[in-house]
Design a protein around this ligand. Structure first.
Ligand SMILES: [Zn+2]
Length: 428
């Protein structure tokens, strides 16, 4: 009996081992099955090449994702600098595993710079001018690009020189623009060069003689109303704000343009609308031509170096100066867009637009005589706190003989701001 029992026990044990073994195998098989049922993450992405300052997002370059989702938030990629950007993106698959990928975005600059410049520059024999004055290069790279000048010229020899401005950005994109430098004979009897300077300066218009018999006040009022009637007619009551200045003058702001006692005023307080103006007014060029003729008789040569400037050009000039010297400094010598008197078509710069003009026979003659032709020295010496600008002996403004004589004040110039009782400060 005992022997049989031992055999049974052994068989029983073997049976248990077998059952446990089979169970383990089944469980393991099931585990493996479960794993292979989890679908695998499918993720496709590409590297990219984009233009400087393009608006692109980090997730723009994931082309396919299945069995998972992106954890990283959508974000703008900084494309303000040339070079390769690493963009890291985190993805989670269905088994909650997180995967990191890195894609590369190449920021390149293939755009050419833009050169803003005057097509014609004039000077007198022996009188060097800075050919880079009022030349502004803009580029999507926002870098400061100083153009070079290509071509031969000689300030000591009269003639017309065909030259080029060449601007190259740091990615070697190059723009080349031609301009003409005229070096004029410094003689009073040279009618040829006089005519030439007139016809080549795009700001001077032939006189139309339509306003010769009117009074100063009427000319001024006419010039303002004719400018307005170009775009709007019979629009008297709309957009008009009337006020009285601190010195009792009546002011009105009409369609964004301010007139004090009938005179258009532009300074740091009073601006012009973006679309205002297109060229110097005929009153301004007529008066300039008379003044120029009188100056020639006195042995003084005058020409307009910078006349009408559009809002857009002023914007480019001003932004360029801000980039170069900072906003605070730029505000002392350059108007913000909309605040330049050059946009009014009533103001211009003569001859040489820098401090080397101070004290020249031309500057002295103008300061003494310009009022006789209806012009004022708009930014006199020592009046920065009134006008908001430093002394500019080259900048003149047409106001008509009546007001010009009052502001001339026997050689002791009064500013428009002082005379009318106006401020000239930016609101910010
Ligand atoms: Zn000026």
């Amino acid at each position: 009996m005992k022997k049989i029992n031992v055999k049974k026990i052994i068989l029983f044990l073997i049976l248990i081992f077998l059952i446990v073994g089979i169970a383990i195998v089944i469980v393991n098989l099931k585990k493996e099955n479960k794993l292979s049922e989890t679908p695998e993450l499918i993720l496709k992405y590409q590297n990219a090449q984009v233009e400087l300052n393009d608006e692109v997002y980090n997730l723009d370059y994931i082309t396919k994702i299945e069995n998972g989702h992106i954890i990283t938030n959508k974000e703008l990629v900084n494309t303000t600098r040339i070079g390769q950007k690493e963009v890291e993106i985190e993805v989670e698959d269905l088994s909650k595993q997180i995967k990191k990928i890195t894609l590369y975005i190449d920021v390149v600059d293939t755009e050419k710079p833009t050169i803003n410049f005057s097509k014609e520059l004039n000077t007198l024999v022996g009188k060097e001018i800075n050919l880079l004055n009022n030349v502004v290069v803009t580029d999507n790279s926002n870098e400061t690009i100083i153009p070079t000048i290509e071509g031969d010229y000689d300030f000591k020899t009269a003639g017309t020189y065909n030259l080029f401005y060449v601007a190259t950005d740091s990615s070697n994109n190059t723009t080349k623009e031609s301009f003409i430098l005229t070096v004029m004979e410094d003689k009073n009897n040279s009618d040829k060069t006089n005519t030439k300077s007139n016809s080549s300066s795009n700001t001077i218009n032939p006189s139309t003689n339509q306003s010769s018999s009117k009074t100063t006040q009427n000319i001024q009022a006419n010039s303002s109303s004719s400018q307005n009637s170009d775009s709007k007619t019979e629009d008297n009551s709309d957009n008009e704000v009337h006020f009285t200045t601190s010195k009792g003058f009546k002011g009105v702001t009409k369609n964004g343009v301010t007139y004090i006692d009938g005179y258009l005023v532009v300074n740091k307080t009073y601006s012009l609308p973006e679309d205002f103006g297109s060229k110097l007014t005929s009153e301004t060029t007529d008066a300039f031509n008379k003044m120029k003729a009188a100056a020639t008789l006195d042995g003084i040569k005058l020409w307009i170096q910078s006349g009408y400037r559009s809002y857009d050009l002023q914007k480019k000039l001003y932004n360029n100066y801000v980039n170069r010297d900072g906003k605070k400094e730029a505000d002392t010598y350059s108007a913000r867009p909309g605040h330049s008197e050059h946009q009014s078509g009533l103001a211009f710069d003569v001859n040489t637009i820098d401090d080397s003009f101070i004290g020249t026979p031309e500057a002295i003659w103008l300061s003494k005589n310009c009022y006789k032709y209806g012009f004022i020295l708009r930014y006199p010496e020592g009046k920065t706190n009134e006008t908001g600008y430093k002394y500019e002996p080259w900048h003149f403004r047409y106001v008509g003989k009546d007001l010009a004589t009052k502001l001339y004040n026997n050689g002791n110039w009064i500013t428009m701001e002082d005379y009318f009782g106006l401020t000239s400060t930016y609101s910010d």
